[in-house]
Design a protein around this ligand. Structure first.
Ligand SMILES: C[S@@+](CC[C@H](N)C(=O)[O-])C[C@H]1O[C@@H](n2cnc3c(N)ncnc32)[C@H](O)[C@@H]1O
Length: 201
């Protein structure tokens, strides 16, 4: 996401808004959803507002964008929203194994060059991490407007998960991200819903 430098996105701001900036083991129970690469947080904050008994976790490593999630959390008084401003690769230093019900990846960066594919949030090494974090019956949901990322992610996800549903032209749902709102008028939104992580695959 291209984002202008935001002079207000200081460590002091994030500390004041209880945004986690370094690995902190969290003791969580109950229903928990995790959105990785939350951008400005439109999806996760609306979801959290409507599901006060669900713990919602936003992960966004770009501070200039993460700032807006913290503002929304404050404005909407979201006590059930945890914000992690860090690289998703470190999530096992924040979250316990098999605690998450659903992981959402929305409009993840496509990283088109082969030498950068490892940075993709759907890359197999990331999927292994998600498998560790998800409850046994947990699910992974991925949406994108980028056809090549969709196709390549389909192969990655098939190599690690079972019970997968592919949708080449997904319907609009209640909660949308900033990207989905912008991209939906211009073409299909691809969606993958994956049921069970299987470390024997
Ligand atoms: C293209 S934007 C999409 C934002 C939002 N999900 C949406 O749909 O509007 C992708 C976001 O993922 C974040 N991101 C990419 N890799 C990440 C990582 N490894 N850990 C945390 N955030 C990441 C980027 O900083 C960026 O804000």
């Amino acid at each position: 996401m291209r984002q202008k430098f935001n002079k207000h996105a200081t460590d002091a701001f994030f500390e004041k808004h209880q945004v986690l900036m370094k690995p902190t083991p969290l003791e969580l129970s109950g229903d928990i959803i995790l959105e990785i690469g939350s951008g400005k947080g439109e999806f996760i904050t609306q979801y959290a507002l409507d599901h006060p008994h669900t713990t919602c976790i936003a992960v966004e490593m770009n501070r200039h964008v993460c700032y807006y999630i913290a503002l929304k959390k404050e404005t909407l008084h979201l006590n059930n929203l945890i914000i992690i401003m860090d690289d998703a690769a470190l999530l096992n230093q924040y979250l316990s194994k098999h605690t998450i019900n659903t992981i959402y990846l929305h409009f993840s960066d496509p990283w088109p060059k082969a030498k950068h594919h490892k940075r993709r949030l759907t890359y197999p090494s990331k999927l292994d991490l998600y498998g560790e974090l998800l409850k046994k019956e947990g699910q992974l949901i991925f949406k994108t407007d980028h056809q090549k990322l969709y196709i390549e992610s389909s192969f990655y996800i098939q190599s690690k998960f079972k019970d997968i549903v592919f949708d080449d032209d997904s319907e609009e749902e209640i909660y949308m991200t900033e990207y989905e709102r912008k991209k939906r008028p211009f073409g299909p939104i691809y969606k993958i819903q994956a049921g069970v992580y299987d470390d024997t695959l």
